[in-house]
Design a protein around this ligand. Sequence first.
Ligand code: SUG
Length: 426
Amino acid sequence: MSTTTVEINFDGLVGPTHNYAGLSPGNVASQSNFGETAYPRAAALQGLAKMRAVMDLGLTQGFLPPPLRPAAGALRAFGFAGSDDEILARAASEDLALFRAVCSASSMWRANAATILSAPDTADGRVHMVTANLAGMLHRSFEGPETHALLRRVFRDDTRFAVHPPLPSARHFGDEGAANHMRLASSHGAAGINVFAHGELRGGAFPERQSRRASEAVARLAGLADPLYALQNAKAVQAGAFHNDVVAVANESVLLTHPDAFEDAQGLYAALHGRLPNLQVVETRGISLADAIGSYLFNSQLVTLPDGAMALVLPIEAQENAAVWTEVERIVAAKNPISRAFVVDVRESMRNGGGPACLRLRVPVDEAAKAGIDPRYLLDEARWERLMRTVEVHWPEAVAPGDLANPDLWAQARAAHAALEQATGA
Ligand code: SUG
């Protein structure tokens, strides 16, 4: 056990084609903002400001760049041929839904990039990363292979990191990554309990995106001993909790949760208490599922600060909801042990159903593992400034769904992608 293990948040940088195409059924924000104009530059700057806010708390911050969109290359597998522009033009006219899917900037929600299994919990003592297949949504299903290649580049020391490809037979193994995984432990460096929240076919109006079979495969791949599986509450899924991280969040020994997050919440708490004596379950009081999902209270980042205190990094929407904010103030005042709250503005992402916690992938590392990360993806002042400048110069100001078929946007997105590669040296 290492006392120097910390968690690094790797945020997804919002890509230049960020738009509102209503691609995620079951995700209330994505559905209700369909057709609106999106602001990719503002979206990426909001994300960078969040990264900066977390850096300013004294935490190490990483970032993951977006893949090139529109993904003309992905369309070749479906029989589209010609130049990239020819392929995109043909797809836009023949299959608009498929075309919109390959334009999505959904890689920004890096909580769905992979499930991360912490070194003290895995059979070989490496950090395991199982890339998510994101099979539940067409637009997200294109991310897996690119994310796998990226994670292999970033977490390059294979004596410290084991990066797995997305699970095959995707339809039967729907896997949405860390958004449905929680780790409870007395500290980041101690052995922990891995909890996998999952859905099952229960026939509601909204899809259940994480299959238990996928979670079991993830646990096997990492060689976890004795993980827990917790069925999501059908009420929560049907209220719009398409990922468990919109109704619960864990950090070290704390589980902050909506009382209706899990089908058998008491059973889960009892199993956790039995294995982690200093576990603190903080259930919210008086917050409806609708308020939880509208405000994204639980999609806060729950982080351990360098002085050992725990803080919530909340979306501004949580502050704007009086009932939710009163509850946040109560939780912080109780100090057991969440004692600070910071608010960030990631409204552009929120309008597609992605809060602060969706935008980041948590990676626990000790010093040796940290040294095995490509440093170009760890932010310092200069790298953060360079990202800011690149976004300011190259990201489009506004994108409406109708703009997606405009070849000028494709050219701008390619130029932005190239500029980012140059800026990061990647
Ligand atoms: O998969 N939204 C994402 C939001 C992901 C949030 N992630 C976590 N909860 N961890 C999704 O539903 C919307 C795209 C659109 O409609 O254009 C979208 O993909």
